[in-house]
Design a protein. Structure first.
Lengths: 129, 129
DNA sequence: CATAAACCTTCCCCTCGTGGCAACCTCAAG
DNA sequence: CTTGAGGTTGCCACGAGGGGAAGGTTTATG
């Protein structure tokens, strides 16, 4: 299987498949006589794992570890849980920050007429704080 | 006022003050004989405006427009409101995405023992989907 | 058989907001 | 006069990609 095929199957751009290989997240692909990367079903499986992990917001650093643990049958589930828990903490922090921003922004927008006049409480707030 | 002073007053690194100037977000500072950038109270004010806008998550592109509108007395508040509303929409989208991730992650972590055994529903989910 | 389209390779630059470092210049105090 | 603090420019890095050039390969078609 060439990179285009594996890319379609895992729904990851060829570009990123090459990059993941560089970063050691997926094993180095063997090459055809012409130097084309060759992939197996197993590679598709790994790439889907990576994709799903990205969808859950894990960083590439985390994913590298997760793939390692996934392939290591002697892992302990606590290692995986630690990575996930740390990630949850970070996401919750971001969530709170975003909620704070939204709270302020919604309040500002509600008080802005949005007409042709220049008076604008949004600019007021941004300038005075 | 030199860049270090204005940087302290607005709580923005000197680096970023120079960068904002490059990007045309703040006016080009005049220079002393030695080539040092010179700032006024007004510049501090603009930089604080930028800082506050960043804290509300606006992009630099948005901020450039906001600063322009702020300084333009002939603006209409609808222009400002449009920028803010678009930003709110984007933040809400991100918020939902983060909440979705957290929902899944919390569910997974709850079902993971986190012990010395290799069995791990987190890896299961990541690999099978 | 030749040619064109589709595919692969590596390499470099762009994003966005920021930090760090190097090399060099200037200013104020001891 | 020297020293240290602070200024100047310029380049490189992050993370997670995207875009595209320049060139080699494969495959289908006239």
């Amino acid at each position: 299987m060439n990179i285009g095929e594996v890319s379609k199957r895992a729904d990851i751009s060829s570009k990123m498949v090459r990059r993941y290989e560089e970063q050691g997240i997926i094993p180095k692909a063997s090459r055809s006589d012409a130097g084309y990367r060759q992939y197996s079903e197993n590679d598709v499986h790994i790439l889907k794992f990576v994709k799903r992990s990205r969808e859950l917001g894990f960083s590439m650093k985390d994913i590298k570890q997760l793939v390692g643990l996934w392939r290591n049958k002697g892992r302990s589930s606590s290692q995986v849980k630690n990575i996930a828990t740390k990630h949850i903490d970070e996401l919750e922090k971001k969530l709170k920050e975003t909620q704070e921003m939204l709270k302020t922004l919604n309040h500002l927008v509600k008080n802005c007429q949005g007409d042709n006049r220049p008076d604008c409480p949004i600019l007021e707030e941004l300038s005075c704080h």
